[in-house]
Design a protein around this ligand. Structure first.
Ligand SMILES: [Zn+2]
Length: 287
């Protein structure tokens, strides 16, 4: 590959506070909140030109909200939340103050990301703008109130934290649910018409959606099989022991997060009749 080819193939670099045009209809501004759980930062998308829907205004970061409002001003009519975690939703309040736009989500959520909504969106509800249609798809798993948004005109799916670029997603019970997550992935896999791109809540645009979604499903099922094997091998085990068995290749600082994932898998295995147990700190056994 020559240097020129590399420049053509490279994703748009991430520069905080600056809008980057990703397609005729979509611009992205990345919030300056990089971290272990947020990758390079939270992606805020502006969809449309004359009428704009903002997807995920991010944390309550004044400079970030100024940048969004500076791009869209009073043409921003809708503030859409993929879910109400604190790296995605709190900025909605400051953006509503700046623009007068309505805040819409599946539900107000709880905890630190909770937001007072102006309306709710259910599965298959559509935001109709003059230039585009955005269809809300209820995709519980990472969060019970998670929505993806399908931009019908460009066959692009905004996936929030349902699918990220560059890493897997944390499924932390009780609001996170592994069985629901896998069902929501399967729904995306079988979307018709086929997706052209995925615009995730963190990381770059995904240009090969089918392969990435299939990879996500395969990864989860492989992990589930590995956890069940480890549980059967021990007879009964704590989550900490299963993390030791199954996440030996993962740095210790990530083990608490891995523990949540194991918990989510175990709860699904209980529903499937393969395991017994309940509490995060308790003993789990194979059936
Ligand atoms: Zn996030």
């Amino acid at each position: 590959m020559t240097t020129d080819d590399a420049a053509v193939d490279a994703p748009r670099p991430i520069v905080y506070g600056v809008a980057s045009a990703l397609s005729p209809m979509v611009r992205r501004i990345v919030a300056d909140n990089p971290g272990m759980m947020t990758g390079p930062g939270t992606n805020t998308y502006l969809v449309g030109i004359d009428e704009i829907a903002v997807i995920d205004p991010g944390p309550g970061d004044e400079a970030h909200l100024d940048a969004i409002a500076g791009c869209g001003g009073d043409r921003i009519r809708w503030i859409l939340l993929t879910h109400t975690h604190e790296d995605h939703s709190p900025g909605a309040i400051g953006l509503r103050k700046r623009t007068g736009a309505r805040i819409l989500a599946f539900g107000p959520g709880q905890g630190r990301g909770k937001v007072r909504l102006d309306g709710t969106l259910g599965d298959n509800d559509v935001i109709e703008a003059t230039e585009f249609h955005l269809t809300a798809l209820h995709t519980p798993g990472h969060a019970s109130n998670h929505l993806c948004f399908l931009l019908n005109e460009e066959r692009t799916l905004f996936t929030g934290d349902h699918i990220m670029q560059g890493s897997t997603v944390v499924i932390a019970p009780p609001d996170g649910d592994m069985a629901a997550y896998l069902a929501s992935l399967e729904r995306i896999r079988t979307l018709r018409p086929r997706l052209r791109a995925i615009a995730p809540g963190h990381g770059h645009v995904i240009e090969d959606p089918q392969a990435v979604v299939q990879g996500y499903i395969d990864h989860r099922l492989a992990r589930e099989a590995q956890i069940l094997d480890a549980l059967r091998g021990r007879g009964s085990a704590t989550i900490a022991e299963l993390v030791e068995d199954c996440y030996a290749d993962v740095p210790p600082e990530l083990h608490p997060v891995a523990g949540k994932s194991v918990w989510a898998h175990l709860r699904k295995l209980v529903d499937d009749g393969e395991a017994k147990g309940d509490r995060f700190e308790g003993e789990w056994s194979a059936t």
